[in-house]
Write a protein that binds this ligand. Structure first.
Ligand code: C5P
Length: 426
């Protein structure tokens, strides 16, 4: 293996592949995939396949350590291009030298990116082909880290990541969960499908279907006042709803976002109405629902509110305190029950029995579509940057795999546009 790596191009097939069977990259998205030496490297052949499936042309560059986890031949077979490993390889430099390779790429993705690779990139080292390429390219660089959770959370790694993201590198993951070393925590590489989807997010092609469509969308948590300073709330960050508002606007929709208190900027082209409680959200929606063709309820609306909210601050006298809660109106169900109901999409966050619970909610609330996600699992859900959805409609279902929320919002928008068009034509 040492000689194979020193030669820089996987040797058995280098010339043959260079000359004859290298995949043509005419008009394709050109992705330079840098693979470093972590256990997650075994997933890279699948990543290459996912990228190729989506129409990309992939050139793999490996570090020396990566070849201990996955063979260059495997990656060459799936990418259809000779894998590059060494900086100064005579036969490769005669053809596509490292500068030409850096210029060739439309995107550079480092997956898995080990702690060591991240450190080398942060400090601008150029001691092998991969790090040299990253310095030499002007293409956007995406990093998909993979490492032990302790290594990920180490201040040195955090500082290196902060440095790289400040310089404009995009971070994908890592996800949390069980690790190859047996530990639990953040550090798992995102699944290949999610990385491929994030790199090659479908263009806002739903534009045709949603151009000019008035959409009313709820997002974020609600706060139910107990007294002047305290409230009952929930963990919703609003990230999914805001990403959806941005994707819908990108697809040409005229979006009004009724948002609970979320620490997020209003997406470009979106009209935002800020509310605090479920009752305020209810009133804001009901005042506008007659003017929308599509209603999407992405908010985590509190099901209950304190029966009384005190105007001042509640004093602590007794050892225990009982607060009586009363039901809030179900905004989504009320919209779906209107005689002039818009195309109505709900969300369902469940901890178990996801599909059965979501299917039941779809029927019970009279929805056209429901997007369900598992909360309380190791990855995804509230506050997280990534999520996965199971989308159901009467007679159909689609799974959208774990990916960053903006990519997921684009995929969901596409699906909503398809179902909305089908309902309008049927
Ligand atoms: O019944 P459940 O709360 O699980 O339903 C979730 C869906 O209903 C979400 O789309 C949420 O935005 C919406 N909802 C609502 N008003 C409520 C409670 C939930 O619009 N009071």
């Amino acid at each position: 293996m040492a000689t194979a790596l020193q030669s820089g191009v996987f040797p058995a097939v280098s010339h043959a592949v260079n000359a004859a069977s290298t995949v043509s990259d005419d008009g394709m998205q050109k992705i330079l995939l840098g693979v470093s030496g972590g256990i997650a490297a075994y997933k890279t052949p699948e990543l290459v396949r996912r990228l190729v499936e989506r129409g990309a042309c992939v050139q793999v560059v490996m570090t020396a350590a990566a070849a201990a986890f996955v063979t260059p031949l495997s990656l060459q077979s799936v990418s259809g291009r000779p894998v590059r490993t060494a900086l100064l390889a005579p036969e490769a430099e005669a053809g596509m030298d490292h500068i030409a390779l850096a210029r060739w790429a439309d995107q550079v993705v480092l997956a898995p990116a080990t702690a060591h690779l991240i450190a080398r990139l942060a400090h601008g080292l150029a001691d092998d082909l991969l790090t040299t390429l990253v310095l030499a390219t002007s293409a956007p660089v995406t990093i998909a880290p993979a490492m032990n959770q302790q290594m990920w959370q180490h201040p040195a790694t955090m500082a290196n990541i902060a440095m790289l993201t400040e310089r404009g590198c995009r971070l994908l993951g890592p996800a949390s969960g069980e690790q190859a070393c047996g530990e639990q925590g953040p550090g798992r590489m995102l699944e290949p499908a999610a990385i491929a989807a994030a790199l090659l997010a479908p263009p806002p092609a739903a534009a045709g279907a949603l151009a000019g469509v008035p959409v009313l969308l709820t997002a974020g948590p609600t706060r139910e006042a107990i007294d002047a300073v305290r409230y009952v709330g929930n963990r919703s960050s609003g990230k999914m709803g805001y990403a959806l508002a941005a994707a819908l606007a990108g697809a040409g929709a005229r979006v009004t976002l009724v948002s609970g208190p979320a620490q997020l900027p209003c997406p470009t082209g979106v009209q935002r109405v800020v509310v605090e409680s479920a009752a305020e959200m209810h009133d804001a929606v009901m005042a506008r629902v007659a003017d929308c063709a599509l209603f999407i309820a992405a908010a985590a609306v509190a099901d209950y509110r304190p029966a009384q909210s005190l105007p001042g601050k509640l004093k602590k006298h007794a050892d225990t305190l009982t607060i009586q809660l009363v039901r809030n109106p179900d905004i989504l169900a009320e919209v779906a029950a209107r005689p002039d109901k818009p195309f109505t999409v709900g969300f369902a966050a469940e901890t178990e029995g996801l599909e059965a619970a979501a299917r039941d909610k779809l029927g019970r609330k009279g929805l056209d579509m429901i997007a369900a996600n598992e909360v309380g699992a190791a990855a995804g859900g509230f506050e997280a940057d990534d999520n996965a959805l199971l989308v159901l409609w009467p007679g159909g279902r689609r799974t959208l795999p774990m990916m960053p929320k903006p990519a997921l919002a684009t995929a969901l928008t596409q699906l909503i546009a398809e179902r909305y068009a089908a309902s309008a034509s049927g």
